[in-house]
Design a protein around this ligand. Structure first.
Ligand code: PGA
Length: 268
């Protein structure tokens, strides 16, 4: 299992701008081997991006989708339609929860619909600034994780990706402390282990997101507990994004090998 770097382009880039950015990323990241790179452009860029990314080491994801496959849902995008072009789909991003009133229940239905349509959900969770200040981070995040995974089987949980993104760290330039991110990721893994078993907990990938860029990433990249990064604003800058991938790549042990080593130590 490789470390992951996911670029969430949000509402940026016309089709032309997206085409140019992808060409630059293809060139700069052609030699990446140990890191899974996923880019998530807006819906309108997805079809041309899928053509551009054929036979490359870059994988495509979407930023959102609906939980129904078809019907009278004006303006929504079907998981089935998406599945022809992307492998991953971000669900429950804090901007979706905040500006589009997505609830934990909707996030759970989206995660379920993703697997039903051969997509892998990248499920976002994270506490707000108020919740953090009130000491509620762990409770909030655990509740979000439990709800989001509630319709999935252990096998599906094993394949899923969770992104821990403290809401107060998104787009603010202020990251969470790497040790706090590592602690929360361990809490998430322990919760998954308690509900779905060790195999699912060990296979599930858990990322950190929130103001990750080529300058803030160094202390995170040294922590083995973090399986990768969900990158927002820095992902639309080809130099910054490529540099992030290179830093992750140079610090990266294979995630599975690392977990096996940790397990051996624990067993001794
Ligand atoms: P940011 O966004 O890197 O701009 O903080 C992260 C995200 O929204 O996933």
């Amino acid at each position: 299992m490789k470390k992951m770097v996911v670029g969430n382009w949000k509402l940026h880039n016309s089709v032309l701008e997206s085409t140019v950015l992808i060409e630059k990323l293809k060139k700069e990241l052609a030699k990446t081997k140990k890191t899974e790179i996923v880019i998530c452009p807006s819906f309108i860029d997805i079809y041309p991006a899928s053509k551009q990314l054929e036979n490359t080491n870059l994988t495509l994801g979407a930023q959102n989708m609906f939980f129904e496959v078809e019907g009278a849902y004006t303006g929504e995008v079907s998981p089935h339609a998406l599945s022809h072009f992307v492998k991953y789909v971000i669900v429950g991003h804090s901007e979706r929860r905040r500006y589009f009133s997505e609830t934990d229940k909707m996030v759970a239905r989206k995660a379920e619909a993703a697997f039903a349509n051969d997509l892998i959900p990248i499920i976002c969770v994270g506490e707000t600034l108020h919740e953090n200040r009130d000491g509620l981070s762990k409770v909030v995040v655990m509740n979000q994780v439990e709800a989001a995974l509630s319709h999935l089987t252990s096998e599906e949980v094993a394949q899923a990706v969770i992104a821990y993104e403290p809401v107060w760290a998104i787009g603010t330039g202020e990251t969470c402390k790497p040790e706090d991110a590592a602690k929360m990721i361990t809490n998430i893994r322990n919760l998954v282990k308690a509900i779905y078993g060790e195999k699912s907990a060990e296979s599930l990938r858990i990322l950190y997101g929130g103001s990750v860029n080529s300058e803030t990433i160094a202390p995170f990249a040294k922590t083995d507990k973090i399986d990768g990064y969900l990158v927002g604003s820095a992902s639309v800058d080809h130099k910054d994004f490529s540099e992030i991938v290179k830093i992750v790549e140079s610090n990266s042990k294979d995630v599975a090998t690392h977990r096996a080593q940790v397990k051996k130590k624990v067993m001794k």
